[in-house]
Design a protein around this ligand. Structure first.
Ligand code: NAD
Length: 505
């Protein structure tokens, strides 16, 4: 069936609710670009509060049965989803490249990291096991079980349209919850594709619903009495708003925010490894990663040779349409591209050296694409907004420091605490860094320390509001409530009245 179209004759992406597409009641639409071509390629529905209400009612009804389905049957759905996703990941990668702009190989990497969480969710029977204490009192046993929350909300950002939803929905669903996912309206199609695949994998209708929208939909989710929890990923101001609003409405909230990740380079580091890592982590996905390295803190004695090595590598990068085998694609929108580009002038005005200016780079793509080539700035003052803002683009700043103490002081005095890395061959310095750095994820000679699915992902300070990180053991705890049961079976030796507080005998 052809998708519905609007007056521009462009396809319109509907919500995916109760196992099928629905247009809902709102007439508002958002533009979805092809960033490499600079054109609107489709529209997306922007839900009203009534549309959210309708989806929650569906999810609540589905929970009455899905919450009772056996662990084995839920696990079978996850295994089936894993197989389908592994087999058809190329289709999803094409959707990501078309709407986000990241190159196909990077899109494949995003899916691989999401797949890890799906595989983790396949092991849920093990993770859901409670604990038992036998004979805590004479003939009394205590055991604990983990039960689902009910209907849970997931609100995701534009930069990982497949992976970030997969940080949450596989674990939420495997533990018996029903999900309302509100993906970014900038690249929404991946969410529908994954929800449809879950249906194909055998998930009953209503367990996984996708509601598209903007602030109106988010606010309806945050305040809905039948939504038990919120898992949010996005910029820090919105994360803080989501955390405060969601908790004020009685919800369990994990809200992951923005970042400004540093890598500290000590003089004994392998500079080739450092240069490779800085370029990969600074310019991969055009710098639109919450774990991108945006600041290299170089101890003065290695700064010049390091910058030369980074510059050499940058000159080999091919910028262009992600479908054409390039290394780096466009930015997500024209506005964002222009904002990122404006930081080059700010840097120069603030006294930094513009080593490489990517604004006029040659590209293998349409001229209207949202292009901004890799940019390298040196001697960036820490008072400049280039240093203090999360730029979220291919702009790598070098700040020169006198040594380890100045470097760690700078990292720890910043507002964010997502990822931090040290490059050194000194085990003692690395160990000291690992203990002293104020960040939730630490890399030692690793620039983007995104933990594997069986550890949890999340930062400190303004990079995470709430106590629970994403996926891994935190994810299982977040999507379940523990119940402790104390039991005794009738025994003729027990009985009689005693109004005192129970004691163990
Ligand atoms: P964003 O905050 O603009 O949007 C995130 C979500 O919030 C989207 O679904 C969006 O529709 C919604 N939203 C936007 N404005 C809103 C408002 N005023 N009220 C309510 N909801 C609103 O973020 P983005 O631009 O999509 O993503 C980039 C940001 O996400 C960066 O700051 C990046 O660091 C961060 N991020 C963080 C992590 C992490 O793990 N910490 C991971 C990925 C991205």
């Amino acid at each position: 069936m052809n998708p519905p179209t609007d007056t521009d004759n462009l396809p319109v992406l509907d919500h995916y609710v109760d196992g099928g597409l629905t247009s809902g009641s709102s007439e508002r639409l958002g533009d979805v670009f092809d960033p490499a071509r600079g054109v609107v390629q489709r529209h997306v529905r922007l839900a009203s509060a009534a549309d959210v209400e309708a989806a929650v009612a569906v999810a609540k009804k589905a929970f009455s049965s899905w919450g009772q389905v056996s662990v084995a049957k839920r696990q079978a759905v996850m295994f089936s989803f894993r197989e389908l996703l592994a087999a058809r990941q190329g289709e999803l990668a094409e959707i990501l490249t078309s709407e986000h702009g990241k190159v196909l190989s990077d899109a494949a990497g995003e899916i691989a990291r999401g797949l890890e969480v799906v595989e983790f969710a396949c092991a849920l029977p093990h993770l859901l096991k409670g604990s038992v204490s036998e004979n805590v009192s004479t003939d009394v046993d205590v055991f604990s079980v983990k039960q689902p929350l009910g209907v849970v909300g997931v609100i995701s950002p534009f930069n990982f349209p497949a992976m970030v939803p997969m940080w949450f929905f596989p674990i939420a669903i495997a533990t018996g919850n029903c999900v309302i996912l509100k993906p970014s309206e900038k690249d929404p199609s991946a969410a529908n594709w994954m929800a449809e695949l879950m249906t194909e994998a055998g998930l009953p209708p209503g367990v996984f619903n996708v509601v598209h929208g903007d602030k109106e939909a988010v606010d309806a989710i945050l305040t809905h009495p039948d939504i038990a929890s919120i898992s949010f990923v996005g910029s820090t101001p919105i994360a803080q708003y989501v955390y405060e609003t969601g908790t004020a409405h009685g919800k369990r909230v994990q809200a992951l925010g923005g970042a400004k990740n540093h890598m500290l380079v000590l003089p004994d580091a392998d500079l080739d490894l450092v240069a490779d890592s800085a370029v990969n982590a600074g310019f991969g996905s055009a710098g639109e990663r919450c774990m991108a390295v945006s600041v290299v803190l170089a101890v003065d004695s290695v700064a010049d040779p390091l910058i030369e090595k980074i510059r050499e590598r940058m000159s080999t990068l091919k910028i262009g349409d992600g479908r054409r085998g390039c290394d780096m694609g466009p930015l997500i929108t024209r506005d964002h591209r222009d904002k990122v580009a404006s930081y080059v002038d700010v840097a120069a005005a603030d006294g930094a050296t513009v080593v490489v200016d990517g604004r006029g780079d040659e590209v293998d793509g349409e001229p209207d694409g949202f292009w901004m080539g890799p940019t390298l700035l040196d001697k960036v003052p820490t008072t400049s907004t280039v240093y203090t803002d999360e730029i979220f683009g291919p702009v790598l700043s070098v700040v020169r420091v006198s040594g380890y103490p100045e470097g760690i002081e700078l990292i720890n005095s910043g507002p964010y605490g997502n990822g931090s890395a040290i490059f050194t061959n000194d085990g003692g310095a690395a160990r000291r860094f690992q203990r002293e750095v104020e960040a939730g994820m630490v890399g030692i000679n690793v620039p983007i320390p995104v933990p594997v699915a069986y550890h949890s992902f999340g930062g400190w300070k303004a990079s995470l509001f709430g106590d629970a990180k994403a996926y891994g053991p935190h994810g299982v705890d977040f999507f379940t409530r523990e119940k402790a049961v104390t039991q005794r079976w009738l025994d003729p030796s027990h009985g009689g009245l005693n109004l005192g507080f129970p004691q163990h005998t």
